[in-house]
Design a protein. Structure first.
Ligand code: T46
Length: 139
């Protein structure tokens, strides 16, 4: 049984240090910024604008997505409701709890999605069929 809803999805402010001498910005992710222990980092890039990534939910994995460069849309679905979050700032993280179906689309040219996640890669943690996802949520 998994009762997470869209309300459990959060945007996280990532501290930004603007350089006083005009050398640009620096963001840092330290202990306590992300509410889980990061076990793996991966990133999506060179994604064609008409491609969709994701299209699945996770059983145990918690994830934080950051648009390091450019922008993309994240379509989030808890089995009852859907919403779209556009990520376009490297100082904002999207925290996705377990049991949320997600699809990433509309990548801009040069869009890079950084993903910080709570576990190593385990295919058995994926629900890749939408019907299975609905059964999982309604179990
Ligand atoms: C997610 C979205 C945002 C690995 O071998 N190790 C890894 O850590 C990952 C993430 C993937 N893979 C392999 C598994 C597939 O053969 O890379 C291939 C592509 O993976 P997938 O189709 O799952 O890629 P996306 O972009 O659809 O999904 C990924 C993550 O898997 C997923 O957790 O939320 O990015």
């Amino acid at each position: 049984m998994n009762r997470t809803t869209l309300e459990n999805i959060q945007l996280i402010d990532i501290p930004k240090i603007s350089d006083p001498d005009g050398r640009g910005n620096l963001s840092v992710i330290e202990k306590d910024i992300i509410p889980f222990e990061i076990q793996r980092v991966y990133y999506l890039y060179d994604v064609p604008s008409n491609s969709t990534r994701g299209g699945h939910a996770h059983i145990e994995l918690i994830q934080c997505l950051i648009a390091l460069s450019g922008s993309f849309d994240v379509v989030l679905d808890d089995g009852k409701n859907k919403k779209v979050v556009t990520l376009n700032r490297p100082d904002i993280g999207l925290l996705i709890p377990t049991g949320i179906w997600r699809e990433l689309e509309n990548f801009s040219s040069g869009g890079v999605c950084l993903s910080l996640v709570s576990d190593v890669y385990k295919e058995e943690d994926y629900i890749r069929e939408y019907g299975d996802f609905l059964s999982f949520k309604n179990a």
